[in-house]
Design a protein around this ligand. Structure first.
Ligand SMILES: Cc1cc2nc3c(=O)[nH]c(=O)nc-3n(C[C@H](O)[C@H](O)[C@H](O)COP(=O)(O)O)c2cc1C
Length: 369
């Protein structure tokens, strides 16, 4: 049984579909009625997933077209479950037939085979494929629309690819404007070029790269979250660690806080324009599992793609002997650029859930009362 495909308490998201099945899809339940929503809204988010730069992404470039099957009537959500699908058109199961018994090091093939035996759909990584993140983008589109009614804005961008790190500090508007101008989704366009080159070079060597994505949520009011076990940071971390290839999550100063003194790490309070703010934001906008009213800042570490053309040691599970493997087929030499909108969507979904749980009423609905 593949349980564990739903997340959220009030705004719930259920993901379904595999890399080489008919479609990938999602059911979003708990979205209030009266939210304007169209296929074009969701499509716009899907279109941001695949950078149109063939040098840095897998050759599996699909035009993902969303179909909303339920939950929307006359351009507004009805309050019923919203189900959405995207067809898988560019499947190529032959790429995987030869390596069916040769688990790719670093991918989910081996533990999935042990867990699900011969029933495991290994084609394209099946349920463990990055393609499944299309579901998060679709659900994220709904979450982001809902959050916009609370004036909450979520933005993610690439902060590092391999050793190439973005040093420059940019304002939110610059991040918003420039991130999607670069195929690697880094708003510092000079650094973006160096990142792109690093990916191209890694690919030439039959290798891959990882990186760091930062996500910032603006406008989240103070006091959102459900301590203890549904703390806002705990729920965001769980969601982000569910994104394939994400191996680490940190908020604000994160692991760096371990090296600071209390006097350096504490964010001192200040009254500014009649509002309580903090002078710094080492906490990343969350204290005690509740939002502090400061921007929520979270970073994820994304590992280098495991499917690489370089020869590696593996085993032949049918013969139970050692083997060698060069992964051919269509793979991203770095999954970071595609994962940027996924991380943004993932954070938006958790925030939408927690805004509803905190009893916040979306502005559009308030206006109608
Ligand atoms: C958007 C996206 C695209 C991905 N594309 C690939 C890919 O082309 N090849 C690959 O080996 N892994 C890819 N991955 C990562 C694997 O799905 C992931 O490493 C695998 O499921 C094992 O899970 P884990 O790395 O979280 O442990 C992608 C991940 C994401 C988020």
């Amino acid at each position: 049984m593949l349980a564990g495909n739903s997340i959220g308490k009030e705004f719930t998201v259920t993901s379904f579909g595999e890399s080489h099945g008919k479609c990938v899809g999602v059911v979003v339940d708990g979205c209030p009625a009266g939210l304007p929503l169209s296929e074009a809204d969701v499509q716009a988010e899907l279109d941001r997933r695949i950078p149109l730069q063939p040098k840095i992404v897998s050759e599996r470039i699909e035009k993902d077209v969303v179909q909303i099957l339920s939950g929307v009537f006359n351009g507004f959500t009805t309050g019923a479950p919203i189900s959405m699908t995207v067809e898988n058109k560019e499947t190529k199961p032959s790429d995987y037939e030869a390596i069916k018994d040769l688990p790719r090091p670093g991918h989910a093939d081996y533990p999935a085979r042990i867990r699900y035996g011969d029933f495991n759909d290994y084609r394209g990584g099946g349920r463990f494929s990055g393609r499944v993140t299309v579901a998060l983008i679709m659900a994220g589109a709904v979450a982001k629309k809902l959050l916009s009614t609370y004036d909450v804005d979520v933005l993610a961008y690439t902060k590092a690819i391999g050793q190439v790190k973005m040093g420059k500090l940019l304002g939110y508007d610059e991040i918003r404007k420039r991130t999607y101008k670069a195929a690697v989704r880094c708003p510092d366009l000079v650094c973006a070029k160096a990142m792109e080159e690093a990916i191209v070079n890694a690919r030439k060597e039959g290798d891959s790269l990882g990186g760091i994505i930062e996500c910032i949520a603006l406008g989240v009011p103070a006091g959102i979250g459900e301590p203890l076990f549904d703390s806002l940071d705990a729920d965001i971390a769980k969601m982000l660690l569910s994104v394939p290839a994400v191996k680490g999550v940190e908020f604000g100063e994160g692991f760096g806080a371990a090296e600071l003194k209390g006097s350096e790490n504490n964010d001192a309070y200040l009254v500014q324009d009649g509002k309580v703010v903090t002078q710094t934001n080492n906490a990343g906008g969350i204290l005690g599992g509740l939002s502090s009213g400061m921007p929520i800042v979270v970073r994820v570490a994304v590992k280098p793609t495991s499917s690489i053309a370089k020869e590696q040691h593996t085993v032949n599970l049918a013969k139970m002997e050692n083997a060698k493997l060069k992964v051919t087929g269509r793979h991203d030499p770095c999954v970071v650029p595609k994962a940027v909108p996924v991380v943004e969507s993932a954070v938006a979904i958790v925030l939408a859930d927690h805004m509803i749980r905190a009893g916040a009423i979306p502005k559009v609905l308030k206006e109608r009362k």
